[in-house]
Ligand binder design. Structure first.
Ligand SMILES: O=C(O)CCC(=O)C(=O)O
Ligand SMILES: [Fe+2]
Length: 326
């Protein structure tokens, strides 16, 4: 099956991951995939920084079940929701923009974070029944998808086989956020302000409401809901490793009137101890100067967190990846 790259008016590229999925005992999925399949991913990451993945190996039934149970969770009273959060005092690496706070219906967006279930950081509610199981099953599948996309990127980027797997083999900084956005009001409709993701690769599963938008050539492109598909976007780490050749695209969420929106967002990260810098394949080997200086990932995370905890008065002092630009 050939990979497609259908870009309709205002639509995102669609990437068919079937050619990359290993079948049975066959480990050769990514290695064997055609140049056109790999090219579709490379172009999407270069031109948009976003694509819609189909045939990604995550069962549609599991995605729908997790979204429905997440909606049922957020519909619970606040006292119930307050029981579910990452364990206090744990070493769970909180991402910028998220605090270890319980979901609260008065907030315009509420969220529940879950880390790798094996790390023991997560506190789940008793209700709705099956929510924990669905989140944990989904977590496992999205981790597998992250490893697959990373391998595809390794190939797209022309890196030595297994390079990214070795560079980013520690999964303890990954997490999933279950989100609920409240309906827009007459006064305001901001769900998540425009931003770029600081991590490596992000997956978005969304219900049928819509509202996610990506900035492309100065225009906001809606990321319309398509059942069963997963939105993949490239984060700042990949942008830096590729010296800017792959894009960590600016995106935002605009709330819709009269409806709540639910999404499940999985952040495939790198460990905080990792140094991030443009790779030789994108610099000295092709005679290009590095566009970023090297940085420790945990330092960047802390600076992004400070943007939220101590918002600078001048917008130009907000830390983005440009902080490390040369
Ligand atoms: O809810 C969504 O669709 C995306 C949220 C997002 O961009 C983020 O949490 O970084
Ligand atoms: Fe984001």
């Amino acid at each position: 099956m050939a990979a497609t790259n259908n870009v309709g008016a205002g639509a995102l590229p669609v990437v068919d991951l079937a050619p990359f999925l290993a079948t049975g005992d066959d480990e050769g999925g990514v290695a064997r995939a055609s140049a056109s399949a790999t090219g579709a991913v490379r172009e999407a990451c270069r031109d948009y920084g976003f694509f819609r993945a189909v045939n990604h190996g995550v069962p549609a039934e599991l995605m729908a079940r997790a979204l429905e149970l997440s909606a049922a969770f957020f519909a619970l009273p606040d006292e119930e929701k307050a029981k579910a959060r990452p364990v206090e005092g744990s070493e769970a690496p909180l991402p910028a923009g998220y605090a270890r706070q319980p979901a609260h219906s008065a907030d315009k967006n509420e969220y529940l974070l879950a880390f790798d279930p094996q790390l023991g950081f997560n506190l789940y509610p008793d209700e709705p029944s099956g929510f924990r199981e669905a989140l944990e099953e989904l977590y496992g599948k999205l981790t597998e998808l992250g490893v697959l996309i990373q391998e595809i990127l390794n190939k797209c980027m022309g890196l030595p086989p297994g390079f990214l797997k070795e560079y980013n083999g520690d999964r303890s900084f990954d997490f999933i956020a279950a989100l609920r956005y409240s309906p827009a009001t007459a006064e305001e409709n901001n769900g998540v302000s425009e931003h770029e993701d600081g991590n490596c690769i992000t997956f978005v599963l969304q219900d049928g409401v819509g509202g996610l938008e990506v900035l492309k050539d100065g225009a906001w492109v809606p990321v319309d809901p398509v059942e069963g598909s997963i939105i993949v976007n490239i984060g700042d780490v990949i942008q830096v490793l590729t010296n800017g050749k792959m894009k960590s695209a600016t995106h935002r969420v605009v709330r819709k009137p009269a409806v709540h929106r639910h999404s499940l967002v999985f952040f495939f990260n790198v460990h905080g101890d990792r140094w991030v810098e443009p790779l030789p394949e994108y610099t000295e080997k092709i005679g290009e100067a590095p566009r970023y200086r090297r940085f420790l990932y945990s330092e960047y995370q802390q600076l992004r967190m400070r943007n939220k905890t101590h918002p600078p008065s001048r917008p130009e002092d907000v830390v983005h990846i440009t902080h490390y630009a040369i």
